[in-house]
Design a binder for this molecule. Structure first.
Ligand code: ZN
Length: 309
């Protein structure tokens, strides 16, 4: 019986786990993200300890970014241009692979979460879909025709430019790179800065929520048009606000305005824009799915993850 290690490397905390899936999550821990050397050593130490009970076949890492996922690049496995203090140009994969001596799979936190949802959750059976998290930032990833989206770098959906009506919302946005990009207008910190209160303290009838729903629907409608996903999963702390998801569904339909006549969207929007199914473990289970995929691909080159699980 093989067991896999998983690391959800977040800007605020690291979550580590070992197991083979949601029904077999054998151990899990989390600790704050401090400086790289200390944080990586802590993850390695914990995984080493767990590996004494059952040897790890591979480790998966879903990381905050931007990161280098190009296996041909000398910077593969690095966190690159992050604004997070101390983490710029940090090699994450190298020290973990060297310390544990196993195959390490590496991708963005949102691509990992997307793969986890496809393997065990809200995107089972789908080949083309998008996973978006709305929390401290906005991130998006997903699969196209069964493959995780990479390309020139990897998707940075949170930094899409969306329509910003300055008269209705004079808040300039807080992205250090773009000001009023999607994340700059609609992340949790953007809500807090605009209204002077944390999102969870804003009552359900506060005007913050229709505005938030409109911004999220604008991004979702753009993604529907750009990528033609079979489903869009919306997760993250901000999405815990009751009533936000139905508003986003309604506004997305209004923005599309009947142009995309697909039954899954027009007739079944409540099954088209959905919450994640793996809950708080989506990230770390996604990292585990990355590890399983890498292990199985090594065992059967050319095989697809879905054929092997
Ligand atoms: Zn931005």
């Amino acid at each position: 019986m093989v067991v896999f290690g998983a690391i959800e490397a977040g800007g605020t905390k690291f979550v580590c786990a070992v197991g083979t899936g949601p029904a077999d999550l054998r151990a899990r821990t989390e600790f704050p993200t401090t400086l790289p050397q200390e944080t990586i050593a802590r993850a390695v130490g914990w995984l080493k300890e767990q590996g004494q009970h059952a040897p790890l076949a591979a480790v998966g890492i879903g990381s905050f970014g931007p990161i280098d996922v190009n296996t041909a690049s000398p910077w593969y496995g690095f966190i690159t241009t992050t604004p997070k203090a101390g983490w710029r140009n940090t090699d994450l994969v190298g020290p973990i692979r060297r310390a544990l001596g196993v195959r390490v799979a590496f991708d963005t936190d949102v691509n990992a979460a997307a793969l986890g949802e496809q393997t065990w959750g809200a995107a089972k059976g789908l080949s083309t879909f998008v996973y978006i998290t709305v929390g401290t930032g906005i991130g998006g990833g997903g699969l196209v025709e069964g493959r995780l989206m990479h390309g020139a770098l990897h998707p940075e959906m949170g930094h899409m430019r969306i329509a910003h009506d300055w008269r209705a919302d004079p808040f300039p946005g807080l992205c250090p790179f773009h000001g009023d990009c999607w994340e700059g207008l609609a992340s949790g910190p953007a809500i807090a800065a605009r209204w002077g209160r944390q999102p969870e303290e804003l009552p359900p009838d506060h005007p913050a929520w229709p505005l938030e729903a409109r911004y999220l629907a604008l991004g979702v409608a753009n993604l529907v048009c750009a990528l033609s996903p079979q489903r869009i999963i919306l997760g993250g702390g901000v999405m815990r606000q009751a009533g936000l998801l139905p508003l986003i569904r309604q506004m997305t339909l209004e923005l599309l305005n009947g142009y995309i006549q697909v039954e899954a969207i027009v007739q079944h929007i409540d099954q088209y824009i959905v919450p994640p199914r793996l809950g708080d473990n989506a990230g770390v289970l996604g990292a585990m799915a990355l590890a399983i995929g890498a292990h199985r691909r090594a065992a059967a080159p050319g095989g697809r993850l879905g054929d092997l699980l």
